[in-house]
Design a protein around this ligand. Structure first.
Ligand code: NOJ
Length: 471
């Protein structure tokens, strides 16, 4: 039997996000956020107009979640704070003590179980009151977020030592403010995503500096941002056009945020030149991609203490010729799935474990060989799911083999792996129709029982032995 050992102190985790699991949308003084508004408006933007009003009920059933965590034997648990549960209108003008109590209970219980919390400040759930002022498209949100971050560090930072400021700025900026698919559902193609990304980068950097200046010495924690990316390869490796399109694909997706933060405080040259050239051709006097001042560049550069990567899939890339202002036409590239790749229960998620290894090596070589935590990776089942999900566990295993190769053969400093997700939960526009959980949740029963999938039982063995048994 081959034994594939992970490095000592490897972090084994699972991840969730507040809106996707908590429910209790208006309980105990929680303020409204953009998902409350968006889902309550209906309009078939979410599968069967489902909402996160109840979700997994984790606001009251958090001890059930802890049992799942214990059953898996996790060393780490990644969850997010609901901003509007803590600060109902998003500002520190009023603090909702019951929200503070909730997260205190959760954090304390995790620590008692010897589980390290990795806490995300923002996972897609902007307080409605801040959205009403423009949300991420408004410069004002930068300061509001900085204050929120300060509040969280001072309230929980005596116990929380690992922080993520913002989850997936690419996904949120593009799907919300470009395409209008995610809440708040207001897209402005070719403009909104860049404005949002710009303010997110500044807000992240300020939040990092706030920690570094006021908390780091005493609390001794680390702060980062969770970036998602596909791995990408040219469809035809011999085609110059495909190769260039592929470079643009990774640039617009990963470098957009990673280059300013990990390299030099500024956007990739190709984004600046392409968007500016196209903006001019559209008759605009300035580029649709905002610019950073020199002070902002030095403020943004170097604001991550480790690299958080969310990886799900890979694409083959070809050039895209599209007219009209939009992120996609600026990028001029299109990612397609290889029909040979197995699909999971959701159309966009082709299963490509080797893509993760390549992406990890690429990040090592491109962004200064950082410590990397894989803060999300997973495979969905469609509904109804099967508990004996052996195929899914196969995908996890193959992926973990690739992580080991990245560590042992490519020298990538991968420090941890977080499965998405601990529980089946509210998958944004897909509602409850696809299931990413290690634990099944029966949403038809009022007590929302959690039951381990086969994958959970197997994952627990890996965590316990800190090794993958390949046969
Ligand atoms: C990334 C997001 O962070 C998470 O909220 C989502 O559920 C998973 N991907 C799966 O799509």
């Amino acid at each position: 039997m081959d034994s594939l050992q992970f490095p000592e102190s490897f972090a084994w985790g699972a991840a969730t996000a507040a809106y996707q699991i908590e429910g209790g949308w208006d309980t105990d003084g929680k303020g409204r956020n953009i998902w409350d508004t968006f889902t309550h408006q209906g309009g078939d933007r979410v599968f069967k107009n489902q909402t996160g009003d109840v979700a997994c009920g984790s606001y009251t059933l958090w001890e059930e979640d802890l049992k799942c965590i214990k059953q898996l034997g996790l060393t780490h648990y990644r969850f997010s704070l609901s901003w509007s549960r803590l600060l109902p209108d998003g500002t520190t003008g009023f603090i909702n003590q019951k929200g503070v109590d909730y997260y205190n209970k959760l954090i304390d219980a995790l620590l008692t179980m010897n589980v390290t919390p990795l806490v995300t400040l923002y996972h897609f759930d902007m307080p409605q009151a801040i959205e009403d002022q423009g949300g991420w498209t408004s410069e004002k949100t930068v300061e509001v977020f900085e204050k929120y971050a300060h509040f969280c560090y001072s309230t929980f930072g005596d116990r929380v030592k690992l922080w993520i400021t913002i989850n997936e700025p690419y996904v949120f900026s593009k799907l919300s403010y470009e395409q209008g698919l995610l809440a708040p559902g207001k897209g402005e193609p070719g403009v909104g995503a860049y404005q949002s990304g710009h303010n997110m980068l500044k807000a992240h950097a300020k939040a990092w500096h706030t920690y570094n200046t006021f908390f780091k010495e005493k609390q001794k924690g680390l702060v980062s941002i969770a970036l998602d990316s596909d791995w990408a390869e040219p469809l035809d490796p011999n085609s110059v056009d495909d190769k260039e399109a592929c470079e643009r694909y990774l640039t617009f997706r990963l470098h957009w945020f990673a280059k300013p933060i990990f390299i030099d405080g500024d956007y990739p040259a190709v984004m600046k030149s392409e968007i500016s050239r196209k903006s001019k051709a559209e008759g605009l006097t300035t580029s649709r991609l905002p610019e950073f001042t020199d002070d902002e560049k030095s403020m943004i550069k170097g604001t991550a203490d480790f690299f958080c990567l969310n990886y799900y899939t890979t694409r083959k890339v070809i050039p895209l010729k599209q007219r009209g202002p939009s992120y996609d036409s600026d990028m001029g590239a299109e990612g397609i799935k290889d029909p040979e790749w197995p699909e999971s229960g959701v159309e966009w998620l082709a299963v490509v474990p080797w893509g993760l290894r390549k992406l990890l090596a690429y990040i090592k070589d491109t962004f200064g060989d950082p410590n990397i935590y894989i803060t999300e990776n997973g495979f969905a089942q469609s509904d109804p799911p099967i508990l004996q999900d052996t195929h899914r566990w196969g995908y996890f295993q193959e992926t973990l083999v690739e992580v080991l190769k990245a560590i042992n053969q490519d020298g990538v400093k991968v420090k941890g792996y977080f499965a998405w997700s601990l529980l089946d939960n509210f998958e944004w526009n897909s509602g409850y129709s696809i299931r990413f959980g290690l634990f099944h949740v029966d949403f038809n029963q009022p007590n929302l029982p959690r039951t381990p999938y086969f994958s959970a039982i197997q994952y627990a063995k890996v965590v316990k032995g800190n090794e993958l048994i390949s046969k």
